[in-house]
Design a protein around this ligand. Structure first.
Ligand SMILES: Nc1ncnc2c1ncn2[C@@H]1O[C@H](COP(=O)(O)OP(=O)(O)O)[C@@H](O)[C@H]1O
Ligand SMILES: [Mg+2]
Length: 314
């Protein structure tokens, strides 16, 4: 397992060989991925690494067949073959080419919010109460078992798409209709009223948490990518609360079979209890992204962060 490996630190850029920075692709997150990828290529080249952009999985397949690269920095974002769900990881395993980020298991599991929660619950790690909603399930019974207010969301989307808060039964039909626009299963989760936090993991360490304070009700697509009014407070907590949160995020990350780097999303209720939401195995690396913010607070500037992520592939 990834967690059993020791992390190698290197200073010679030639140790990495020829690096493909895998970006773009055909998922809805293509543009964010291209933006992240360009930043990664620039940062690696500035440090003397031989890095080349590769746009999408078909181009990667050709490059692999032609043996053009020694390793891959994966910065594709997206599910269903989009680059973060285990598919490309399996391809790279088959070609025996090392890559950054989580392996097949960690990537595939984290893409499925329901099964990630099942693993956490089995290990007594805290996550909001939930029910899985199959197509013909009795949703009112589901609401009664979780208890209002609830969150309804697709099990395998990202960027808050398809997510609704449901405060009364009257709001249920719209929430279900929205979530059902996306393929895969749905889940209904206990709504945690409190602070939203995210913890970046780099190698074997959790970086300082970030508290996300959206101007609106919650961290929706608009707050993530459009609004300039969202505030990011880093570290998000202080003292023991911050240390406990980081330790929890690291345990949750490793429990989900993840490795290398990633980001764990958490809600913290008004009484100070943490609830794990999900793991992101291929977080953004744009100038607005959260992992670079957390790294900076830990004294790790962008170029050093990119280098360290690449080191996790050694
Ligand atoms: N159980 C919950 N309680 C409160 N807010 C939630 C809950 N689940 C999701 N949210 C809100 O919805 C956003 C997106 O949910 P999340 O599970 O992180 O999925 P994704 O980021 O993959 O779309 C979160 O950042 C948070 O603002
Ligand atoms: Mg999230």
């Amino acid at each position: 397992m990834t967690t059993a490996r020791r992390l190698l630190r290197v200073s010679d850029p030639n140790r990495f060989g020829r690096v493909a920075v895998l970006m773009g692709g055909s998922s809805s997150e293509r543009d964010v991925s291209l933006d992240s990828g360009r930043n990664v290529v620039d940062a690696l080249r500035r440090r003397g690494v031989q890095a080349e952009p590769v746009d999408g999985i078909p181009a990667l397949v050709t490059a692999l067949v032609e043996q053009r690269f020694d390793r891959v920095f994966n910065i594709l974002h997206g599910q269903r073959g989009g680059g973060e769900d285990g598919v490309v990881q399996g391809l790279l395993e088959a070609f025996r080419v090392p890559y950054t980020g989580s392996d097949v298991l960690g990537s595939a599991l984290s893409m499925d919010k329901i099964r990630t929660k099942q693993v956490w619950l089995a290990l007594d790690l805290p996550t909001p109460r939930y029910v899985r909603l199959a197509p013909n399930d009795d949703v009112r019974a589901a609401v009664r078992s979780v208890g209002l207010p609830v969150i309804v969301k697709p099990a395998s989307e990202g960027s808050s798409v398809g997510v609704s808060r449901v405060l009364s039964e009257a709001e249920l039909p719209d929430a279900l209709a929205l979530a059902r626009r996306y393929p895969g299963e749905l889940l209904m989760e206990q709504l945690i009223d409190g602070d939203e936090l995210t913890v970046a993991v780099l190698g074997r360490e959790a970086l300082p948490s970030i508290r996300i304070v959206p101007a609106g009700a919650y961290y929706d697509y608009h707050a993530k990518y459009v609004a300039e009014t969202t505030q990011y407070i880093c570290p998000g907590l202080e003292g023991k609360a911050e240390a406990d949160l980081r330790a929890l995020a690291l345990r949750a990350f490793e429990a989900a079979g993840c490795g290398g780097w990633g980001r764990v999303d958490v809600m913290r209720d008004r009484a100070g209890a943490n609830f794990l939401l999900e793991v992101n195995t291929s977080p953004g690396m744009t100038t607005h992204s959260l992992v670079p913010k957390a790294a900076r607070a830990a004294g790790i500037e962008f170029g050093e962060l990119v280098w360290r992520v690449l080191e996790t592939s050694l």
